[in-house]
Design a protein around this ligand. Structure first.
Ligand code: LLP
Length: 422
């Protein structure tokens, strides 16, 4: 359940009519619901009740400071994948001992910033990275707490571009070589192995791949323990899918139960890195119809949001539900059209041959489930502004990131001497 509902014929975000925000901010904009964020976080933590769990929200899904701070206030830690995300997490007040750092290409300055901050753990994704973390820690006179991210060679059965746990993917260390890497770590003076980590992919719509991966992980823990290696923590990553349409996805409670069954007896602290599950359905992208266009074989609804604002449909063929801000009367006139943005690419399409209530130019629409991997993946392609982000909390709303305009971008560009006017 989310808090974007029709009331008296118009769409509201909690106790704010979205039309009020349209008037105040202009379209397009992202809008997030605090109540939905809170609810999703609570549903997930309740699903893990009784387990020694730390939920580390995956900041990459939505890294707005207000979003991070809302979740940190509920007790969440974070999973970061860059120095930039680390900076955001710390700015939002996340305690360092609740921060996990993942990612395949961490640089020396990023590792150094993480170690100096005293974060909970660095998830190691390769042997050269292990060596660099040891070197950086030595230089700082510190010991780096690390988890080894394993690649369990399991197909998460999700979109190819967001599968991360197959042997051909760039992530993690081949699970069959973990012993070797642990042995190697023991010889490094500034490394302390505290656990194992995994993340097999995103938008998983079945628990089966998780079951297979947990099985592999559990076997490894037992095996490492018999060799005298103490594994204290397991980071299980994120990946639980959300309903973008009416297709079925696993309930967080069933996921929690699976974790309990497969890993609950290992006496390990369990870390989780959900992103989409927490924030996906807590956000919408509000846009307006610019034109209705009749093509030769299709009709088009041309809106003022585009692929640069929400890339998911273009990049992953993702489908996001689109609804008008004014609730269509039951049995009212309908139309079928492609919903497209103004960017000069055919891929700039939010929906194809969608049947919807009859629209007119100027009508506002909400593109739903856009809270995760929406604003964070935006670009200024076609010299478009970065759209504002708005957060609602009960009857209040606030702009939590201003529009970043073309003028802002122009301020960063310099003309070389040879092109300057005399
Ligand atoms: N942990 C790690 C190490 C990850 O790489 C990711 C996501 C997560 C946690 C969070 O996964 P989630 O719970 O959100 O599924 N841009 C794509 C998704 C990319 C996911 C990247 N990694 C999309 O829009 O579908």
């Amino acid at each position: 359940m989310d808090h974007f509902q029709y009331r008296n014929g118009t769409l509201w975000a909690e106790d704010v009519a979205l039309s009020t925000i349209v008037e105040a901010v202009g379209t397009p904009f992202y809008c997030y619901s605090t109540a939905t964020l809170t609810r999703h976080y609570n549903v997930f933590t309740e699903a893990l009740a009784g387990l020694p769990a730390l939920v580390c929200y995956s900041v990459k899904a939505n890294s707005n400071l207000a979003v991070i701070k809302t979740l940190a206030g509920l007790g969440a830690g974070v999973d970061v994948v860059s120095g930039g995300e680390l900076m955001r997490a710390m700015r939002a007040g996340v305690p360092a001992d609740r921060i996990v750092f993942s990612g395949v290409g961490k640089t020396a300055p990023e590792i150094s910033a993480a170690l100096e901050a005293g974060i909970l753990q660095i998830n190691i994704e390769s042997e050269p990275e292990l060596a660099l973390v040891n070197d950086v820690a030595a230089r700082l006179g510190l010991t780096a707490p690390i988890a080894i991210r394993i690649n369990p060679d399991i197909d998460a059965d999700t979109h190819d571009k967001i599968s991360t746990g197959r042997s051909e993917d760039k992530f993690g260390i081949e699970w069959t070589r973990v012993h070797e890497v642990v042995t190697r770590s023991a010889g490094l003076d500034h490394i302390q192995v505290v656990g194992l980590a995994m993340h097999i992919g995103s938008q998983l719509t079945s628990l089966d791949p998780f079951r297979d991966a947990f099985q592999r992980l559990s076997g490894l823990v037992t095996d490492l323990r018999t060799r005298g290696v103490e594994i204290q923590r397991l980071d299980l990553g994120g990946g639980l899918g959300i309903p973008y349409d009416d297709s079925a996805v696993p309930e967080p409670a069933a996921y929690g139960q699976l974790v309990r069954e497969m890993l609950g007896d290992l006496d390990c602290r369990l870390l989780f890195e959900p992103g989409r599950l927490i924030v996906g359905n807590a956000g919408i992208l509000v846009t307006k119809v610019v034109y209705l266009k009749e093509g030769a074989t299709r009709n088009f609804v041309i809106v003022d949001a585009a692929m640069n604002d929400l890339l998911r449909p273009s990049l992953y063929d993702a489908r996001h539900e689109i609804v008008p801000l004014v609730e269509p009367p039951p049995g009212g006139p309908e139309m079928a059209a492609d919903v497209v943005g103004p960017v000069c690419e055919t891929g700039d399409t939010f929906a194809t041959e969608l049947t919807m209530a009859q629209l007119e130019a100027g009508d506002a629409l909400a593109i739903r489930s856009a809270g995760a991997y929406g604003a964070v993946m935006a670009s200024s392609y076609n010299s478009r502004a970065l759209v504002p982000e708005v957060m609602v909390n009960g009857e209040d709303f606030a702009v939590i990131r201003r529009r970043i305009t073309t003028q802002d971008y122009l301020d960063y560009e310099d003309m070389p001497d040879w092109l300057e006017e005399e």
